[in-house]
Design a protein around this ligand. Structure first.
Ligand code: HEC
Length: 111
């Protein structure tokens, strides 16, 4: 029983590539941090092309942070965009956003 379980876990870990893992992480961050204001979700991400997301997420997502810090309507996000956590998250977030950009051809699974 235990052995089979371990084998299963090992197989599971091997079967998700590191890229998928980063995208998944990015999705989790998006759901937790962004959806409360950008509740169009997938449609919101598909509004931009890969190149545009890359641009907005360059320098560890600084342009995205600045855009929110300049807007008083986004006040509830300031804590996050000013935090170190955001700069750690931004790499995963970028991968997620680019993965589901308008011209990526990908649609996220409904889970
Ligand atoms: C507290 C609410 C809030 C949160 C949380 C928030 N945003 Fe925003 N966001 C805004 C507002 C308000 C604007 C519009 C800013 C403006 O132009 O005045 C905006 C603008 C944007 C834009 C630019 C839209 C465009 O059409 O160019 C992007 C991209 C964006 N947000 C992505 C994100 C991402 C990714 C996250 C999560 C890390 C996030 N936002 C979290 C409120 C929020």
């Amino acid at each position: 029983m235990n052995k089979i379980f371990l084998l299963f876990i090992a197989f599971f870990i091997l079967s998700i590539s590191s890229l998928d893992a980063a995208v998944y992480k990015g999705q989790k961050i998006f759901v937790k941090k962004c959806v409360k204001c950008h509740d169009e979700g997938q449609a919101f991400i598909a509004k931009k092309k890969i190149r545009q997301w890359n641009k907005i997420m360059k320098q560890k997502g600084k342009p995205l942070a600045d855009l929110h810090l300049r807007s008083s309507k986004a006040e509830n996000s300031w804590n996050y965009f000013e935090s170190k956590k955001y700069y750690r998250d931004s790499k995963h977030l970028k991968q997620f956003l680019v993965e589901y950009a308008k011209d990526s051809g990908n649609v996220p699974a409904c889970n």
